[in-house]
Design a protein around this ligand. Structure first.
Ligand code: 5AD
Ligand code: SF4
Length: 494
């Protein structure tokens, strides 16, 4: 039986065919999420049997690479593993180890291959150990070929479109004892209502859409995450209402380009309209979202942000390059002037907003003049912080085939100059609220100093101040005593 018989997926590479003779065919639910609940129950039995034999619980451990989307997927994967009978372990010396991979830059891939060697040595010591790989890197056919050939000790390989199927795939692995591979090229399917194990009780990510249609010429994401699919607004609202009932006060709406949310729904709605609806959810205190593409950021969205009591004063607005020439080659659909004009409009409407960004250095053909233009935008916009990346050539993207790849030493030198500029500005900008009282959502005990807690302001700046664990998950007023450049030291007000 092909693993895909019941799915609308398009294709699979090297799918294992299982003999499920003990399971009555009529007994396997065809609908999701019932089908996965069924497989979770089956896995629970298997995990229990091994656990009884060993006289200890079986542990699982997930290591997440990459972005917030992956972090959120990992919460779902952990939810499934706990339902399947594992307990959460603390390190890779666990019985089930899953790497949720990223492939946005080549370094991310190299790190995974490096770590697999270590996992192999652990597996030799623990014959019950299972190694699983999922996420963006697995959507690259060359990667899967390499794993099939040279990393035979990996037990389970799946991609970005079928995260929800972990229990079903795990059950296949238990049944067969062989490597199970299930990669889909794409999907139009969104499965709701599966378990999820949130890292924080008081804040949560919420997917509003999957995939990306933008095809920026350097970026591999559209190839590994597929075409844009938006979740129905009712499903999103229902999920947030449920989260709020369970103690969540802050949500982060997640999508590769949230500004094009809703365009392909049966009854299209805008992202701004979705925000208006989310704002009405009682008990929800803070709304964040990530990521916004400058080309689609509407005036309607700016208005909603300006009038909202809940949307946080932070906007991540990837610039990528300050040169209109390079932006064109990047297929970004805006010029330097349009970007600057947009940031001015935003600042006018929401004066206390924090702007952050992503910048790539060393895109093919980038000249010293192009790079100077990036520095100019950085100086004009004065970002609170910027993620700076060295351009990484991703096979299959249009940029990989472009001429004039910039020599490594030139890119390095530019990268260092950019970083110095970004950090100097950030140190000035981030301190602007010193000696004021701000609302802070307390997130965790301070990891360095006992007796302190760490929280986040609406604009995403971190604050450390004296306080106990009972404050975690609460929004409290904090006096910002001292700016330390990228964070504040404060004291609780009342
Ligand atoms: N090389 C370097 N950085 C990249 N990014 C995406 N693709 C590449 C690449 N090939 C960066 C972009 C994006 C962020 C998530 O990663 O800046 O906004
Ligand atoms: Fe990649 Fe561009 Fe899509 Fe962002 S918008 S995920 S950079 S293709």
């Amino acid at each position: 039986m092909d693993l895909h018989t019941n799915d609308s997926s398009e294709s699979a590479a090297g799918v294992f065919v299982s003999d499920k003779c003990q399971i009555p065919v009529g007994g396997i639910p065809q609908q999701e999420p019932d089908r996965q609940q069924y497989y979770m129950a089956l896995c629970r039995q298997k995990v229990q049997e091994i656990s009884d034999k060993l006289g200890r619980p079986l542990t699982c451990f997930i290591s997440t690479f990459g972005c917030q989307m992956n972090a959120h997927d990992s919460e779902k994967l952990l939810g499934i593993l706990l339902e399947a009978g594992f307990v959460e372990g603390t390190s890779e010396e666990s019985d089930f180890v899953l790497y949720n991979t990223c492939t946005v830059r080549e370094n991310a891939n190299l790190r995974v291959y490096g770590r697999l060697g270590y996992l192999h040595s652990l597996k030799k010591k623990n014959p019950h150990m299972m190694i699983a790989l999922c996420g963006c890197m697995m959507q690259e056919p060359e990667v899967v070929e390499k794993l099939k050939k040279s990393y035979r000790f990996v037990d389970l390989i799946f991609g970005t479109h079928n995260v929800y199927k972990l229990a079903e795939l795990l059950e296949q692995r238990f049944e067969t004892g062989k490597m199970v591979i299930d990669i889909w090229k794409g999907t139009d399917k969104i499965v709701e209502d599966l378990p999820s194990e949130r890292k924080y009780t008081f804040k949560s990510g919420v997917n509003i859409m999957f995939g990306c249609n933008n095809f920026c010429s350097y970026c591999i994401v559209p190839y590994v995450r597929g075409r844009e699919r938006s979740r129905a607004p009712e499903d999103i609202i229902r999920e947030i209402e449920e989260l709020v009932k369970n103690g969540v006060v802050e949500i982060m709406l997640l999508g590769q380009n949230v500004n094009s949310y809703g365009k392909n729904l049966e009854s299209p709605i805008t992202f701004a309209e979705l925000l208006r609806r989310v704002e009405r959810i009682e008990g929800l205190k803070r709304i964040r979202f990530m990521t916004s593409h400058p080309k689609d950021l509407s005036d309607e969205l700016i208005e909603v942000m300006a009038s909202s009591k809940k949307i946080c004063r932070h906007l991540h607005l990837p610039l990528q390059s300050g040169s209109s020439e390079i932006l064109k080659k990047m297929n970004r659909h805006y010029t330097k002037e349009q970007y600057l004009e947009l940031t001015e409009r935003i600042r006018k409407a929401v004066p206390d907003i924090s702007l952050t960004t992503d910048i790539i250095v060393g895109f093919p053909g980038e000249t010293e003049e192009d790079f100077e233009e990036t520095l100019e935008v950085v100086r004009k916009v004065r970002y609170d912080s910027a993620f700076t990346f060295i351009y990484s050539k991703r096979t299959g993207t249009p940029a990989a085939a472009m001429e004039n790849q910039v020599p490594e030493e030139v890119v390095k030198e530019r990268f260092d100059r950019l970083l110095a500029e970004v950090q100097a500005i950030s140190a000035q900008v981030c301190g602007r609220d010193v000696h004021t009282v701000q609302e802070v959502l307390v997130e965790e005990p301070d990891s360095h100093v006992e007796g302190l807690v760490t929280g986040r302001m609406s604009n995403n700046t971190i604050v450390h101040f004296p306080g106990g664990k009972e404050l975690i998950g609460k929004i409290v007023k904090v006096y910002l005593k001292e700016s330390k450049g990228f964070y504040y030291m404060g004291s609780l007000v009342d």
